[in-house]
Design a protein around this ligand. Structure first.
Ligand code: AIR
Length: 191
């Protein structure tokens, strides 16, 4: 579910180059002109022009992905934190083991859709964060989830995520640490 409340607070918002239509000519400050009402030499930007120049960003910045519907209760803490911070996000349920093709498509398409950080939560043999990181160079934050059939209170998922092989980095928060994942995502966005 996408939230579109986020507005980047940049001191220098990106602007599109525009032709100089609508601006008063730069010339002899004393010359005057019919169009500018006798204020030639003074730049008077038209309000509409200024508004046009600000690029309004569409689409979510953060992807919250989880391996099963049963993970929603834990991952809700990440969504709540992102909402609290006014950061747009989308939520997706996709399993690394059950839907490998969809995981690949999702991860490969994330950057082009404007996603900046991916939070991926899974339990048991939690391959989802690593699978996503294998297909994208976006930062991936893994959330080990203590599932119903967890071994050692979620140690299975923790090790599956934290023990990612070199070359495929996945950040790893605490077991069920979805809120921290969202805070970390926010820090990455504003680094
Ligand atoms: N899981 C789903 N596909 C691969 C994995 N590792 C995880 C889910 C969930 C747990 O298995 O992330 O935490 C149990 O999923 P389910 O669908 O049986 O409830």
């Amino acid at each position: 579910m996408a939230r579109r409340r986020f507005r980047p607070q940049r001191s220098n918002p990106p602007v599109r180059p525009r032709p100089s239509v609508g601006r008063a000519p730069i010339g002899d400050p004393m010359a005057g002109s019919a169009e500018s009402g006798g204020t030639a030499g003074v730049l008077i930007p038209e309000p509409e022009t200024q508004l046009d120049e600000i690029e309004i960003r569409e689409g979510p910045l953060v992807a919250v992905v989880m391996g099963a519907e049963s993970d929603r209760v834990v991952m809700a803490a990440a969504c709540d934190e992102l909402k609290e911070r006014g950061i747009s996000f989308e939520e997706t349920v996709v399993s690394a083991h059950r839907d490998p093709e969809q995981v690949r498509e999702y991860a490969r398409g994330a950057r082009i859709r404007g996603i900046k950080v991916i939070i991926a939560g899974a339990g048991m043999a939690a391959a989802l964060p690593g699978s996503i990181a294998a297909y994208t160079d976006l930062p991936v934050i893994g959330v080990p989830i203590r599932s119903e059939n967890a071994v050692s209170g979620g140690l299975d998922a923790l090790l599956s995520i934290a023990q990612s092989p070199s070359g495929v980095p996945v950040a790893c928060v605490a077991i069920n640490g979805a809120q921290n994942a969202a805070i970390l995502a926010s820090r990455i966005l504003f680094a």
